[in-house]
Write a protein that binds this ligand. Sequence first.
Ligand code: AP5
Length: 214
Amino acid sequence: MISGAPASGKGTQCEMLVEKYGLVHISTGDLLRAEVSSGTEIGIKVKEFMENGILVPDEIVTDIVKSRILKPDVKERGWLLDGYPRTAAQAQSLERLGIRPDICVVLDVPDQILVDRCVGRRLDPVTRKIYHVEYDPPESEEVNARLIIRNDDTVEKVTARLETYKQNAEVIFSAYMDVFNKIDGNQPKEMVFGEIDSLLQQVQLVAKQRQKLI
Ligand code: AP5
């Protein structure tokens, strides 16, 4: 489970984790944006919340997560939850399903850096890869020409999203205290990945040792 403020690097780390571990990446932000861009009934309901950087009602997000996390590929490959839970009610919904993470990573980044990251973020609509105009520019002019900006990536909306995050953060952290790991997200993405990766390797090791004992 990966948590952290807006633009703390959750999506960036998830891309790298999926590549190495083959986990099913369940990003509530991505799932909701897909609903909006397909113009579904859910998309119409959530569009305004998202555009204004306000949390979408718990029931809607929880239904989306439930239907994704209970699919067979998740059972086979394991899950990587990104951006969920974000409220106490969402954490309780996961508990009711008997779902707990092996590790809960929280990426810690100073506020001013978060704002710079949001404002400079660009997305490739074809590959869904995340870039930054300064910190992680695209590799070719062709990719550069098709990059898009998220409409909740303005200074005002990021500030509002950050405030909401701060109001809810403690509740989430306390729900996962036993598996909680705060990581400095203000270092090169490869270094952040290295820290998360070593946590996952420890979990795999413990799981293997347990299997041997059974
Ligand atoms: P969501 O899409 O989840 O947005 P968020 O949590 O605000 O997180 P971001 O996607 O903005 O950032 P990120 O941490 O993934 O950073 P990234 O890797 O892109 O949610 C959007 C909206 O959906 C919410 O506001 C809400 O309305 C709704 N929603 C979603 N989940 C919900 C829920 N559970 N309940 C209710 N509503 C929900 O990186 C950011 C930038 O920084 C990029 O440009 C990247 O290149 C750069 N970067 C990343 N890492 C580094 C690094 N180490 N060094 C330098 N630059 C870096």
